[in-house]
Design a protein. Structure first.
Length: 168
């Protein structure tokens, strides 16, 4: 089948482009990165078709790009974005703060809450042991998060802190 210049030959790159954009947009619903890889392959085919490769060659470009992206790029992307704890659960949200060093900013005295700096952010904190007094500047470790309050235990060593937002 021959394609006359100015008819189907001009439409095919546009069709590949539309397919690529639709696949990338559909990826937002699935989150598995397969449609993203196929969308990237369709965009590669659109580019090849726009450069004037023959009609069957753009399909080959799509197939090769799809295979390379799905088999090589997708696993690497999944590994990079998959943050799992050793028990296999996603380590995100408050659980991501467990075991993180912090610095006491406002003294924590017995059952009364104070303030700690965790990774540059200020948190209300309570001592793990109600009898503990944790002085300002003391290094502590986050052992639990209860609501919006960090539960901390003394670690004995001082640790430099990252600046708060807006500090230099």
């Amino acid at each position: 089948m021959t394609v006359a210049s100015g008819t189907l030959g001009d439409v095919i790159p546009l069709l590949w482009l539309i397919a690529g954009v639709l696949l990338v947009a559909a990826e937002m619903l699935s989150g598995e990165f397969v449609l993203l890889m196929l969308g990237g392959a369709a965009l590669a085919a659109a580019g090849a078709s726009a450069l004037g490769v023959p009609l069957g060659a753009d399909v080959a470009v799509f197939a090769l790009a799809a295979a390379a992206l799905v088999l090589l790029a997708r696993p690497a992307l999944r590994r990079r974005l998959d943050r799992r704890a050793p028990d296999g659960e996603v380590n995100a949200g408050p659980r991501a703060l467990l075991g993180v060093p912090a610095e006491v900013v406002e003294t924590i005295h017995g059952p009364e809450a104070g303030t700690v700096r965790i990774a540059g952010a200020l948190w209300t904190a309570r001592a793990l042991d109600e009898g503990d007094v944790l002085a300002a500047g003391e290094a502590v470790i986050v052992v639990d998060i209860r609501g919006a309050t960090a539960v901390v235990a003394g670690s004995g060593a001082t640790t430099p802190h990252p600046p708060l937002q807006g500090e230099s």
